[in-house]
Every structure is written in C-alpha cells, then in structure tokens.
Design a protein around this ligand. Sequence first.
Ligand SMILES: Cc1cc2nc3c(=O)[nH]c(=O)nc-3n(C[C@H](O)[C@H](O)[C@H](O)COP(=O)(O)O)c2cc1C
Length: 465
Amino acid sequence: MEIDIKYPRIIQGGMGINISNYHLASSVSMLGQQGTISGVTLERVLIRILQNGDLDGDIRRALSFFPFPKISEKILQKYFIEGGIKKLTPFKGVPFFSINPPASLIELVIAANFCMVWLAKEEHNNPVSINYLEKVSMPHIYAITGAMLAGVDFITMGAGIPIKIPPVIEAISKWETASYPIPVDDKDRKRFNHIMSFDPKSFLGEKPFEIKKPGFIPIISSNILAQKLLKELPVGDVYGFVVEEYFAGGHNAPPRNKIDYGEKDFVNYEKLAEMGLPFWIGGKYASPEKLEWALSIGAKGIQAGSIFALCEDSGMDIMIRRSLRRLGYNQELNVKTDFRVSPTDYPFKVAQLPETLSEENVYNSRERVCSQGGLIVLYEKENGSIGYRCPSEPIDKYLSKGGKIEETVGRGCLCNGLLSTAGLGDFGEPPIVTMGDETIFLKRLMLNERDWYGAREAIDYLLSF
Ligand SMILES: Cc1cc2nc3c(=O)[nH]c(=O)nc-3n(C[C@H](O)[C@H](O)[C@H](O)COP(=O)(O)O)c2cc1C
C-alpha cells in the first residue's frame, strides 16, 4: 500500500535496542504508516545476528548490496558463523567507541546502519525512519552515513538537543567531512566539546551514487526546544517534530522542577501548531480516540511505541513479550519511572517483570561490569587526555576515574539488559524491559491473555475512529 496522504497518521516509534528492528519497521511502512528502526548500537546487533547464523539470510543479502564490498567481506569473514555459535559460547565483541575509533569499528557501524535501513526499505517505496539518541554521540557521524547510503527517509532524534545533526546530514549528502561535538567533563565538571570528524571520501572512496537528504524530525518535550531549533537552524532543516509526553516508554525528559512531573511538563499544542511544521504526539496515545484528538488539535498524527513493541513483528524476545502481554491484558503490568537506573541520568521507564533487573535480587546478584560501553561518557584526565567512564561500571573503577559515588547509586547496565530483552544478550545477563505507562490497547486487541496480534491489527485498531 503506497502512502496516499502527505503525512502518515502513525509513526511507529524507534525502540532500542532492536525492538523496532527492520521487520517491524518494514511491516509498518508497507502498511502505509511510518516505520522506524532503532539505530541504537546496530553494530552490536548486526554481529550478534551473524554469529547466531543469520538464519533467514537477511543480513548477508543486505551486505551483498553494501556499496563497499571489501568491507562486507571482512565483516562476514570475521563474524558470520554458519548454523550459529554453540549455546553458552560468548559472542565475539567489538571495541568500545572512542574519539579515535578503529577503522574496523567505523566500517561496522556504517555497514550495520546501511543493512538495517536497506532491509526495512526492501520491496516497497514508503518512507522509513531511523532513530538515534543524541546523548550517544560518538557513533553519529558514521551511523548516519550508513543509514543515508541506504536511502533512509527520516531521522528522528531525542534524548538531547540534536541541533548539530542537520549539518551532518548536509555534509554526508555532499560526501564531505561531517563533524559532531562530543561533550567532555573537565576536572571541575564543566563541559567542553571535543569535535569528531569523518571524511567519507578519504575513508570509503568516491561517492558511490547520489545520496538524498533525509528529513530531520527532532523528538521534543517542550515548546522552548522547538523554538530554539527553529530559531537557530536554517529554514527547511527541521521537517517536523515528534512530541513525547512523559508517559512514553524508554527514556523520558526529566521533569521541569527536577522532582516530579506536573502541568509544566506538557507542550502547549496551540503554540506548537502556530509554528507551522507537522508534528506527531507520543506517550499514551495508542488509541483511535487519542489519534482523533491529536488530529483535532493540529497534529498530523501520533507516535506509538508500546503497542508495536508487543506485537508479533517486534524484535522483543518472545517470552518477555508474552509475559508483558499477559500482565498488560489482565491490567497487572506495573511500569515505574526509574530516575536512577539509566547511566544517562535521564528518567527511564522500567516494566516490573520477574527475572529482570527490575527485581531487587536480580539487580543485586548481577556482577557489575561494563562490557558494551554504549553509554560511556568522556572526561578529562589529570594529564589532559580524554578518558571514558560509565556510572554503571564497577564502582571502584568509576571512582578511580574521578566519578562520584552518588552517581553510581541505583545505576543499571542498560546496554547488556536491553540486548537481552531483544534476545541478543550475553549468557547470564538479565534483561531490563522498558514500556510506556499504558497498555490498555491490549484489551482491545486480544481476545484473552494468550492471544497475540501483528502490526497490521495494531494499525487497523489505531485507525478505527
Ligand atoms: C520498548 C521501548 C523502547 C523505546 N526505545 C526508544 C529509543 O531507543 N529511542 C526513542 O527515541 N524512543 C524510544 N521509545 C519511545 C517510543 O519511540 C515512543 O515514543 C513511545 O513508546 C510512545 O509512547 P507509547 O509507548 O505510550 O506508545 C521506546 C519505547 C518503548 C516501548
């Protein structure tokens, strides 16, 4: 089904890690709405799928279309395992990001972003978006290159102020050097920026074909941020906005008063509509009534996450998905806004589920280890060089890097926990599950607690007003 209206009524939200994978994004886009791939740590996702044997051959097919075949060959040689690795064998990893990442990591990030977008766009012409978290900033210049090489149509980005993204998009489309500022904490905890740059021509060679510029859709939760982006960026750099209210799954914007959410945390939609750009609203909007309301106040539609995370097309581990659906259907699912668990220091919604990090005994029995490094932040060492630390790494290690003890309290390892939720975790790493505050849609989509539904049923339901 081609999209016959100018704007989709539903944007399926980006959900990391690999919850909104290429299967989900492709299904949603083929159904005429806007599918979004999560762009979070795709290099890790790709190599784990390859080490699991790439059973349906999707990744190998996508790699065969990657315009730099020497890179595809290297990746396959290093990571693909026919039939998959033996149970309990640890996955081969990738190095942590740094301000000078090794060429092999850059290649992997570019290729992984290419493959996932390519697969989501395979066999249809409808738009597909990719979602990144601004705060996870070191991969941006490489990840966006890969996604643009596959012709991604939109980039959505929240968890930070993504004001420096449009120049990256511009540079990559011209195959010129792209730069991005990476925040570094100095010894007095004042921030300065280290600029990372990437010249695609010297790294990859000549531009392989024309590269189109995707539309840029910042994810915001205040009018002030929308105004700032429009004021400081050239006209046309922002395509539209997704507004995320604090009921949404994943990371949330911190409350204005730093303590609890209230009136001030809502966007004034009248003022936003006056800015004249299209916008979509997310966070507890997954119902036909809410979609109709969003349209009535000038939005082009909604962004929905949880309803898609729980459907059969999502990348969430099937057993976790079933438990969530059963609890949600019976209205027994408890989702807590945890102000401590995410090393990013943003509030993070955590579904309270047995055998996951939400349980105190599971949290306490996990060995504190930082083995993925997806959320490391940069700091200035005594000698002036740059170091890397994560508040959920082992406490003594974090303190030895100048971190403060209070920053470590209650932190969890989202990298490992979210990989496990996507069925791609290391052995013994407990999952952590994020969900939006509301799963009432399950009652309308399922006949009983064991029932299931797909992206098609979710979309039909949302459009049934
Ligand atoms: C499992 C899950 C993971 C999510 N991960 C991300 C993410 O990585 N980046 C992001 O911008 N939003 C993320 N979100 C938010 C969704 O994109 C969407 O905005 C939100 O879920 C909408 O609220 P709803 O869940 O009530 O529909 C996530 C949501 C869920 C449920």
